[in-house]
Design a binder for this molecule. Structure first.
Ligand code: 3PG
Ligand code: CO
Length: 554
């Protein structure tokens, strides 16, 4: 329809093949021993810097530039890919939940009313990631949710925690559990029966994504719903401290546990009539769990029991699937994304990544929407990720395969846009294994090279950027930028993302003469990329998109 029609760009032609490469977790930082990108051989990416400032520059990928509450919020893949795909900055889940909690509106909404109907006679369960990482959830939001629920009649509260160590330092789980436990003690003193009921590490229990490994969700189900786990403790702080010492365990991979009473009975299995709120605001790692909690028909694992519960998500995690049906805060309405516009204007697209990032270049890119806009014009290819391993064991991951798929798509001549996410620097960076992360960055660069070569052959254009930082800085730093030591004098390896800017570069034989990055934008960020790409496809972006990064000089 005419509302979707984009104006022709006055100077740039249509019909060029564009490779759009997102390096996940690839920021720009000063070179030192903790900068794995600098320390890896990355000739393809390094060569691009010679084009600075005309064809290589840095853009913001964190904080308010991607819709997060503050400039202290590091970027992440959800908000990063949302901004890249949507070309505008939307207040994101973290921010929307902050507002709803601050105003108290969260407790007046339909979602909360629905779950609160269980408060008189049944238990309220809260399930989610326990940290202040701000990527998937925040402990202060959980605390407000617990407080507000108790004030509104919740008499029996059970918290099912997932320890982090990925968006925050490994080992910080103990402190977060202590904080939560202190709150629950206070509640108990005030007559509310509130306890931690189960737990486990986020990468091993519950928070899988994109159907990489249902066993992860099953472990959570067993602990949270069935009250069964290989480890039983009377106290959650003790559980976390003890289980961290298990071989191979850390916050991310903590084995599942349940809390039991003096008679050895689990204190908080989820049963008929209970209310369940999942307090993560970010979608990708909640979708599988939400399906298990909500779908009557379900064959991914044997649930043994399927309790009739009142379930609400902090947000609705998938707008297309309406999953879950009930939620406390409305998600950002990311509409009119660049992908939708481009399909309406006849641009054909190929998108590809491996499982662990597949939804990033599809679901997140398209404004948290599953599926195609136009099946005839789009093809999305998922390369199965290795599962059941920590990615430092296979740091090359599927970079080569992604490169090959992109190359073939480019050479096929069938697609105007070939979009990939290359996950290595992020996924391996999150393990905190510096040596493996160097290997990961090298592998990512080889995939980039493969795609550049294909673009060269078809006389196309490449745009290469990243969604946020990670591998460029692997150590916690003090205010002066020096590595910050802990109490024992040890370095603190950073498994999380960073606040760093990310590079963006354009090039290729198809790039029209005179195209260069503008110098007049004050703080360009990821949201400026969509208009840029639309220009390179020969179109002018819609008026309300963040401005393009490029200009054409005669
Ligand atoms: C994760 O979910 O793996 C991390 O919390 C964030 O990583 P991502 O934003 O790069 O996916
Ligand atoms: Co990441």
């Amino acid at each position: 329809s005419s509302a979707w029609k984009l104006d022709d760009h006055p100077k740039l032609p249509k019909g060029k093949t564009i490779a759009l490469i997102v390096l996940d977790g690839w920021g720009e930082s000063a070179p030192d021993e903790y900068n794995c990108i600098h320390n890896a051989p990355t000739p393809a990416m390094d060569a691009l810097k010679h084009g600075a400032p005309d064809t290589w520059t840095l853009i913001k990928a964190h904080g308010t530039a991607v819709g997060l509450p503050s400039e202290d919020d590091m970027g992440n893949s959800e908000v990063g890919h949302n901004a890249l795909g949507a070309g505008r900055i939307f207040a994101q889940g973290a921010k929307l939940c902050d507002l709803a909690l601050a105003s108290g509106k969260i407790f007046e909404g339909e979602g909360f009313k629905y779950v609160s109907e269980s408060f008189d006679t049944h238990t309220l369960h809260l399930v989610g990631l326990l940290s202040d990482g701000g990527v998937h959830s925040r402990i202060d939001q959980l605390q407000l949710l617990i407080k507000g629920s108790a004030e509104r009649g919740a008499k029996r509260i059970r918290v099912h925690i997932l320890t982090d160590g990925r968006d925050v330092l490994d080992g910080s789980s103990v402190g977060f559990v202590e904080t939560l436990e202190a709150d629950l003690v206070k509640l108990r003193e005030n007559g509310v029966d509130a306890q931690i009921a189960s737990g486990g590490g986020r990468m091993y229990v519950t928070l899988d994504r994109y159907e990489n490994d249902w066993e992860v969700v099953k472990r959570g189900w067993d602990a949270q719903v069935l009250g069964e786990a290989p480890h039983k403790f009377k106290n959650a702080v003790e559980a976390v401290k003890t289980l961290r010492k298990e071989p191979g365990a850390n916050d991310q991979y903590l084995p599942p546990f349940v809390i039991v009473d003096d008679s050895g009975k689990a204190v908080g299995p989820i049963v008929d009539g209970d209310a369940v709120v999942t307090f993560n605001f970010r979608a990708d790692r909640m979708v599988m769990h939400a399906k298990a909690l909500e779908y009557e028909d379900f064959d991914k694992f044997d649930r043994v029991r399927f309790p009739k519960i009142r379930y609400a998500g902090m947000l609705q995690y998938d707008g297309e699937l309406k999953l879950p049906n009930r939620y406390l805060v409305s998600p950002p309405e990311i509409d009119r994304t660049s992908g939708e516009y481009l399909t309406h204007n006849g641009v054909s697209t190929f998108a590809c990544s491996e499982t662990v990032k597949f939804g990033h270049v599809t679901f997140f890119w398209n404004g948290n929407r599953s599926g195609y806009f136009n099946e005839k014009l789009e093809e999305y290819v998922e390369i199965p990720s290795d599962s059941g391993i920590s990615f430092n064991a296979q740091p090359k991951m599927k970079a080569l395969e992604i490169g090959e798929k992109a190359r073939d798509a480019i050479l096929s001549g069938k697609f105007d846009q070939v979009r990939v996410n290359i996950p290595n620097s992020d996924m391996v960076g999150h393990t905190g294994d510096i040596e493996a992360t160097v290997v990961a960055c090298e592998a990512a660069d080889l995939a980039v090279k493969m795609i550049f070569d294909a673009i060269e052959q078809v006389k196309g254009i490449y745009v290469v950027t990243a969604d946020h930082g990670n591998a460029e800085d692997m150590v916690k730093r003090d205010k002066s930028g020096k590595p910050a030591l802990d109490k024992e004098g040890n370095l603190q390896i950073l498994t999380s993302h960073t606040l760093k800017p990310v590079p963006i570069a354009i090039g290729g034989p198809g790039l029209s003469k005179g195209v260069r990055f503008r110098k007049d934008l004050e703080t360009p960020g990821l949201a400026n990329v969509a208009a840029t790409v639309m220009n390179l496809h020969g179109f002018v972006a819609p008026d309300d998109y963040e401005p393009t990064l490029i200009e054409v000089v005669e």
